[in-house]
Design a binder for this molecule. Sequence first.
Ligand SMILES: [Zn+2]
Length: 353
Amino acid sequence: MEISDIIIAGDTPGVEWRLPVFRFKGTKPEAPRTYIQAALHANELPGTALLHFLLEKLRQADAEGAILGDITVIPQANPIGSAQSHFGELQGRFDLGSRTNFNRDFPLISLGERDGLLEDLDRYSAADRLKRQLLHVALGAELVLDLHCDDEGLQYAYIDEAFWPEATDLAAALDMKAVFLSDGESSAFEEAVAHAWKNEDEGRKKTTLPGRLSVTVELRGTRDVCPELARKDAEGVWQFLLARGVVAGARPDLPVFAGKAVPLDNIEMIRAPQAGAILFHRDIGESVKAGDLLATILANPGTPDGALGVRAPQDGLIVTRVSTRFARRRSDLMKIACAEPSRAERKPGTLEA
Ligand SMILES: [Zn+2]
């Protein structure tokens, strides 16, 4: 194992950022190369905890000569975001300087343009340098896992349709309850990686990418950071690495993925009709029927008709819920995975800003 630092010059005098990168050299050139990062959204730490335990297993495997394909791991991918607290509260999702989401606006290039990512880095802000460095490392691999989490959530993932159903092994290994099949139309990290692969051959865009995978894994909610879950998830990723022949060992007998796999169009984004305190009636993991009461919003507390009911538009599984108990008008309350497309309008790309 080799540890080196990516160094990012800050945007102000006297500041620079360092990200430790862990590299394991594989012994089998034809085995897939793997890249895993966590905490690109700096306040989402289940992945960092997972990688702490996975790295323990990888160090041991390395000592035993059991690493077949090269593996690169960045357990804390966003030191810029980690440092940005606002009145004592870690923000993590948006860069306070540029107001951009740390997981959007990745360069959409073809694989052949990879080396250009690191040219003339002086032209870019620290956040953009970080994005270019991370994408550059990731494009040296065939299997790319970007570890995130939701606010309150089940275990689920965003997976481009180009990798489905081959990626059911990862969904099963990580005991996912749902997979959101994305359309490849955003500039999130995972989709920038897939974009580069799809456009590898000039003039011919690939629609399937066998043997490759780029995925955003949502490891439950921001508060689901504990040794038990981190070890369980590290074991899940280990099983996936065994299944794909990245590490040596018996191929695991993975369970069949029993969760829901639904296109983004079938996700009902439940929004608050008015501002007010949120009283949830239903929790993540529950299946609901059309018309079920999901939440009450206390729009005018104390008045006879001051409470508004929010109901399920169709049958589905509650995959996520916000942790705040105050809603602004039209703010998100839940994501529900459904069998039919939502009637609400959705722009191509990601569900959230
Ligand atoms: Zn995230």
